[in-house]
Design a protein. Sequence first.
Length: 369
Amino acid sequence: MDEQDGGAAPERRLVTRADVQRAAERAGVPAAAAALWEELAASPALPATAVRADAATGAGAPGRRTTAAEVAVYTGGVIALLAMSVFAGSGWAQYGPGAGLAIVSGYFVVFVLLAELLRRRARARGDRGSGGTTAAGLVAAVAVCTVPLVVYGAHAATGALGLPPYADYDAFDDWGGSAWMLMEVSALVAAAAAWWRHRTSFLLAPLVAALGSLVLDLGDAVSSSSGSDLGRQVAAWLLAAGLTAAGVALDRRRRRREAFWPHLGALLAAGLAVLLLEGGGTPTALAYLALGALAIAAGVVLDRRVHLALGGLYLVGALSYFAFDVFGDTVLFAPALAAIGLLVLLGGVLLSRRRRRPEAAGGAPPGGP
């Protein structure tokens, strides 16, 4: 929009649909946001770039399609993230402790500087899309994933963590203990700092992963003397509850992209908790059946596709067990299974109706996975 200041040249600012929604909420009339946006978009005084800005940022743009650039940025970021976390290994250690620490520290510095360079370039160009701040946040996430590697490299050079001599970085499950928890805490702090700096939703992925690993390891530490999985199981349920609460809180603050990661972490933590149930067989399958149904119901209530997807997988796993190991030869099993499938289908119909209601009222669909 244009603003006149006396005889000065007009100042052009980009106004997105999200800006209008926030302004309406602050004014106490959130229902008027859709009508205000339509009026602004139809106004000849509004620069066309403002309308395009709304589509570029994905702020409530109905029917917005993922671009090839976004796919490339996210794919490249995920590959780099996996390389520096899952596949990092300990090849760098063959050059000696000191040189190894210098190598992994170099990794971290390069990723931090690249993320900062992309961020400044995006801010200078006003680019908040996949080639701008999103790319900077993805590179920052890769930097976060190198932090545990740097902590381990520092131990290899100084022996500060007091690990046994067989404790390789890529075999931490064999030694665990408080040393790995320190690496998880360092990754958690780094992820929080990176989120504060870049505000890219993907940065919550390493944050949730580090928090989940830390909570589960704390549960292991509590029950390690008993030799059971009770501590880890309780920790998994607590983690699922905490992440669910965090996801709902972010949803209420209209941060649906960020809320995706706590919701996903909660579903995975609940699945792990069920997997750790003693007994196995039919009791575990029944637990997965209940978890899948609960996840699908939550997906309809929260308008979250990720709940429907993982809930469906849990249902399929449980029903596969009953189909092949329990009721495979029972004549009523196939109709019962079909009925369950139709109930899931009905849930999808209800979700579709919920997603269409805001559009029918002139607003944007809730969106988000």
